[in-house]
Design a protein around this ligand. Structure first.
Ligand code: DUC
Ligand code: ZN
Ligand code: ZN
Ligand code: ZN
Length: 483
């Protein structure tokens, strides 16, 4: 049984060419002219691209006294309907909990997944057990570790813990990730705002200005280089953080930056809306910024200093948000976006000429597949790659609305935005899950995708220095780990 995607234009991160694509047993088996098979999907007028990969989701996650409302069923359905065919979710051990125990809990949520998935493991505390279980985590195919520099008293790790964990990542050939905000400064500013009577959602943004993100990004970059490991900075929202990443990359450090579709398109004026619900629904960390920061993020995507567009999809209902009435620090942090990332990025990026279609593929799929060691199984239109594909119709239009979305929450932060560019078909390992407005998402179809450590990308600048200038490395007292 073979399926042919016919009469489309294949668009990858570096090539654009007319070709048909043959799919058998969930895999691409032939790319070329005039193919025929048992079943045909008409891609006339469309681009045939690798399905999107969203490397930053929080599905059914316990957080701030509640659980995020999209689970692996509604979350992956939302993802597929918007052209995303793989998600990477965060496994979050509670402080003191073993990493393997937490992983069992997360594994138990994924039986409902409609598309493939992987995990990042969060390091939320430090001890010998964590050090040991980081190796077990890597053996299970989870090769990236997330560190929260904010959420003091809950998820936050201090510099001592972060440096220890980064060195362990270097030994294991794993990639550390950071949520870069200075949690001590945020905690103090939050208290000052509350003491002064600023309890509304707009104060959330005042409590975490761009400087707290810039400081933490710089600190994490320096600590990563001292540990001899590359770094991936999640949800880069501002010029201060982007500038730190640019500077590090210019020096040869492997530092990657991930802006979110929300920060690219929604700005801080959203928090000034007099409707408490409206503003609180947009409370996330980092908060939305002004237009100058947005321009910086777009420039980073075009120039390559920022590589990936994600969502940080962490959806809470209005009722959940209302637990923060009277105290903005209790508003569950998070917004949705899984379903809207690709159409909104196409509309605001490609349709406006800011990004080429090839750059769109790079930042929504191929770059992160390479960074995480998923390429070319994922993120590619190549013979042998998984048939995770989106047939993208640049002429399809809709107006985003909570009334028609797949996400389980009761609003959408992109409400009212008209998108031009939507999937005609979405395939997950060959299964046609989306056919225009018709969905055939199968719970349990999604599989865990294990990854290999020692990804060559995970070689840091300081490790390279250790080979070429050992005396310099000796002077800083850093062992040449992992080389
Ligand atoms: N930021 C959010 O807004 N939600 C989940 C976690 C995070 O860092
Ligand atoms: Zn975060
Ligand atoms: Zn997150
Ligand atoms: Zn099917």
């Amino acid at each position: 049984m073979s399926t042919i995607i016919k009469n489309g234009t294949v668009v990858t991160a570096d090539l654009t060419y007319p070709a048909d694509v043959r799919i058998e047993d969930g895999v691409i088996t032939e790319i070329g002219p005039d193919l025929s098979g048992d079943k045909t999907l008409d891609a006339t007028g469309c681009y045939v691209m690798p399905g999107g990969i969203d490397p930053h989701t929080h599905l059914e996650m316990p957080f701030m006294g509640t659980y995020s409302s999209d689970d692996f069923e509604s979350g992956t359905r939302a993802a597929l309907s918007g052209g995303t065919t793989m998600v990477v979710d965060f496994c979050l051990p509670s402080p003191g909990q073993g990493l393997m125990d937490a992983l069992t809990m997360w594994d138990n949520k994924t039986g409902k997944a409609g598309c493939d998935y992987s995990f990042h493991m969060a390091i939320t505390w430090w001890g010998e057990e964590v050090w040991r279980q980081m190796a077990d985590t890597v053996d299970r195919g989870i090769t990236s570790f997330k560190h929260f520099m904010a959420y003091k008293g809950a998820l936050m790790v201090d510099d001592d813990e972060m440096f220890s964990s980064f060195q362990r990542c270097a030994e294991l050939g794993a990639l550390p990730l950071v949520h870069a905000e200075n949690g001590d400064v945020v905690a103090q500013m939050t208290q000052k705002l509350l003491d002064a009577g600023n309890s509304g959602p707009e104060a959330h943004a005042y409590s975490r200005p761009p400087e707290v993100e810039g400081e933490a990004t710089n600190r994490a970059i320096m600590i990563a280089d001292m540990a001899g490991v590359p770094l991936y900075v999640v949800h880069v929202s501002c010029e201060q953080s982007h500038e730190a990443i640019r500077r590090a990359r210019q020096k040869g450090m492997r530092v990657f930056g991930e802006p979110l579709i929300q920060h690219l398109t929604l700005d801080e004026s959203e928090y000034q809306n007099p409707d408490w619900d409206y503003a609180a629904r947009r409370v996330m960390s980092p908060p939305f910024r002004n237009k100058a920061h947005q321009d910086s993020l777009w420039a980073g995507l075009a120039s390559g200093s920022l590589q990936v567009v994600a969502t940080d999809h962490c959806a809470f209902t209005t009722a959940q948000k209302r637990t923060g009435i009277g105290n903005f620090a209790r508003i569950p942090n998070g917004t949705g976006g899984l379903e809207d990332r690709m159409p909104v990025l196409w509309t605001r990026g490609v349709a406006t000429g800011r990004l080429t279609p090839n750059e769109f593929v790079a930042v929504t799929s191929t770059n992160i597949a390479k960074i995480l060691g998923l390429y070319p199984k994922k993120g590619a239109v190549l013979v042998g790659a998984d048939a995770d594909l989106v047939v993208w119709d640049p002429a399809r239009r809709k107006t985003i609305s909570a009334a028609t979305q797949q996400s389980a929450i009761d609003y959408n932060v992109f409400e009212g935005i008209s998108v031009e560019g939507l999937p005609r078909f979405v395939l997950t390992r060959g299964h046609v899950a989306v056919s225009e407005d018709a969905l055939d998402v199968r719970q349990g179809h999604g599989r865990f995708v294990p990854r290999e450590a020692k990804n060559p990308v995970n070689r840091a600048f300081s490790q390279w220095k250790a080979i070429t200038a050992p005396r310099q490395v000796e002077r800083t007292g850093i062992p040449a780990s992992g080389v």
